[in-house]
Design a protein around this ligand. Structure first.
Ligand SMILES: [Zn+2]
Ligand SMILES: [Zn+2]
Length: 245
């Protein structure tokens, strides 16, 4: 994520503004999802029925257009100040993983837990996903030891509010270093480790003009139809060295 290039007003936009933006635009949204085949333009993850729209040209309601399909995890990072303040992100140390690859892993880790009844759980896969989540915890403590905080709200506050007042070149250097090494893990993907908590409580998506909890049923439908298992295995293998490091 290009922390330095992100306009502060866009970074802080949240649910209210998006509700205004998509009001009465149902047909355009459906066209956008159909055209993009429900695939996130940022991380490439496809989850039919559970995508959001990105406003790539402008978030000004008077300037419609530029809609592209985006997943919730990638959309969170278009508006990181809002997401951080809502507790949706954890900062982790992962210089060799792109944010997009990490978001894909997070989706697959989330889906690997299957439905609550345990009907669609592949236990080997669920173990792999748990390992990934545990690795993100270790990486979170690395960030904390380097930055003095692992709270993304603190980082963004420094970037977007205090920083511009100082405008020092040290700030630019620090931000470049952080941008190169720190990634953001979606908290919603941690549900696999906290099976006691209601998973729907930590996960929501856009539907019309409101946030709606994702249905357990929909997750299990996805699980049945898409080749999530193969994909997560492949990703786990590809990133094993990274995860172990
Ligand atoms: Zn995405
Ligand atoms: Zn947006």
């Amino acid at each position: 994520m290009e922390l330095l290039e992100m306009p502060a007003d866009i970074a802080a936009l949240g649910a209210r503004m998006h509700a205004v933006l998509i009001r009465n635009r149902g047909r355009e949204l459906q066209e956008c999802f159909r055209r993009d085949d429900w695939t996130c333009h940022s991380c490439g993850f496809r989850f039919r029925g559970f995508m959001e729209v990105d406003h790539t040209i402008s978030h000004d309601p008077r300037q419609p257009g530029g809609l592209r399909t985006i997943c919730q995890f990638c959309h969170n990072l278009r508006h990181p100040v809002w997401s951080a303040l809502r507790g949706r992100l954890r900062m982790i140390w992962a210089p060799s993983l792109s944010q997009e690859a990490l978001n894909r892993m997070a989706w697959l880790a989330l889906l690997a837990s299957g439905d609550r009844a345990g009907k669609y759980v592949d236990h080997e896969l669920a173990d792999a996903a748990n390992e990934i989540v545990a690795a993100t915890r270790r990486r979170e403590s690395i960030v904390a030891s380097i930055l003095g905080t692992s709270h993304p709200g603190g980082l963004f506050e420094a970037v977007f509010s205090v920083g511009p007042l100082c405008g020092s070149s040290d700030r630019m250097i620090a931000l470049k270093l952080i941008g190169r090494s720190v990634r953001f893990w979606p908290v919603a993907a941690d549900r696999i480790q906290s099976q006691v908590a209601d998973p729907s409580a930590s996960f929501s998506f856009w539907d019309g003009c409101r946030f709606t909890d994702i249905a357990e049923l929909a997750v299990s439908e996805y699980w049945k139809r898409e080749r999530t298992v193969d994909e997560l295995r492949r990703l786990c293998a590809a990133h094993q060295a990274e995860i172990d490091a």
